[in-house]
Design a protein around this ligand. Structure first.
Ligand SMILES: [Zn+2]
Ligand SMILES: [Zn+2]
Length: 379
């Protein structure tokens, strides 16, 4: 029996507790990963507080990075000793997965959120209580963790796992919304607005800036929108050309139109999930513009579109899951960008011990830390 240190949520809205758990033997297509670091994401907190579906007790965590220490039956894509970043899980068999679009896997929900199916998701015992432990196929708030091999993305052993852990969700979601959805080169995007510059939105700003450096005629206007002044200061340092604090303008849409010369923006990404912001995002589009929803509002929320100007301007509204990223290829690309100093994600991060998980969450919610990262070696 393998024991692990885990950060457990016993019931809805309870704080994390740090305790020892027992892991079941590896099943088919599972690997045991010794984690070096795990990023903390808003989705962990949403499940902890019952804002997204969950079952308890549960071990969350879905931005793990570590080293494969054992492989279960049938594992083919990774080997013992590989350094891996952990990303979302997918089935590898549905039409989307077979077309290398796992981000729209037909089993996305069942494989990544906490389901009541005990066969799939309980692989851990906490004081003799079966505990849900396959959140995003990894539950990487446990060290070691049992991980589905589909989640594993091999990376070069010289790359810093502690820094790159958040690539698997937050960074690929933000950067992917630019590289894979907005596609600034293909669509000749000159102006972009990013609503909400926390971890995801900051990654979008960095990605847009990196593209602008290579293609100076594109993305000449990058507007960051946020209510927190210190985040706007950082966004400027990361490549935003303009910033807007919604608390300081009367009309957000008019301000964006003013900055973009009256025509509206070519592209916009919403990372806030706030419905009034999503409506403003669509309203700020120029002709041929694309608006992308990345942030998730509460389950029943609905946005609205004034249809006539939408038709007249041939505009587009679409959603993106995990930045429409094929993680196996996209994460090594992002890791290379980081190593070239072109995606400075370390500037968003603060490191915490596992015992500091509740402080890490509090700091993230208050905005004093954009991206907390749990460092397992320090426990
Ligand atoms: Zn699938
Ligand atoms: Zn996440």
């Amino acid at each position: 029996m393998v024991t692990a240190t885990a950060l457990i949520v016993e019931h809805t809205a309870r704080p994390f507790v740090v305790d020892t758990v027992e892991l079941e033997p590896l099943r088919a297509l599972e690997v045991l990963v010794e984690l070096k670091a795990t990023g903390v994401c808003h989705t962990d907190v949403a499940v902890q507080h019952g804002k997204l579906p969950g079952a308890f007790p549960v071990v969350l965590g879905h931005e793990g990075a570590g080293i494969v220490r054992a492989a279960g039956p049938g594992v083919r894509d990774v080997a013992v000793g590989d350094h891996v970043l952990l990303s979302y899980s997918y089935c590898r068999e549905c039409r989307s997965c077979l077309k290398e679009r796992p981000y729209q896997c037909t089993q996305m929900f069942e494989r990544n959120f906490v389901t009541e199916d005990p066969c799939r998701s309980q692989s851990m015992m906490w004081h003799d209580t079966p505990t849900y432990a396959s959140f995003f196929g990894q539950s990487s708030f446990s060290n070691p963790a049992i991980v589905h091999e589909a989640c594993c993305v091999r990376i070069d052993k010289k790359y810093p796992l502690e820094i790159l852990a958040p690539l698997g969700c937050g960074v690929q979601t933000g950067a992917g919304s630019i590289f894979n959805v907005v596609k600034p080169i293909e669509n000749e995007i000159r102006s972009l607005v990013v609503f909400g510059v926390g971890g995801v939105g900051s990654a979008a700003i960095m990605a847009a800036h990196a593209l602008h450096i290579d293609h100076p005629e594109l993305l000449t206007t990058i507007i960051a929108v946020d209510r927190k002044p210190d985040r706007l200061v950082l966004a400027k340092e990361l490549g935003a050309t303009n910033v807007i604090n919604p608390l300081k303008v009367d009309n957000m849409v008019a301000e964006i139109r003013r900055i973009t010369g009256g025509g509206g923006t070519d592209a916009a990404v919403d990372c806030t999930g706030a419905v009034p912001v999503i409506n403003d995002m669509v309203g700020a589009l120029g002709a041929g513009g694309v608006a992308v929803s990345v942030g998730a509002p509460s389950a029943a929320a609905e946005m609205s579109i004034e249809v006539f100007p939408f038709i007249n301007g041939c505009k587009k509204y679409q959603a993106s899951n995990q930045g429409n990223s094929l993680s196996r290829k996209f994460l090594p690309f992002l890791a290379d960008l980081y190593m070239q100093n072109r995606l400075p994600i370390d500037r968003l991060q603060k490191q915490y011990r596992p015992s500091e998980i509740n402080k890490a969450v509090q700091d993230m919610l208050e905005g004093t830390t954009i991206k907390p990262v749990i460092i397992w070696e320090s426990c």
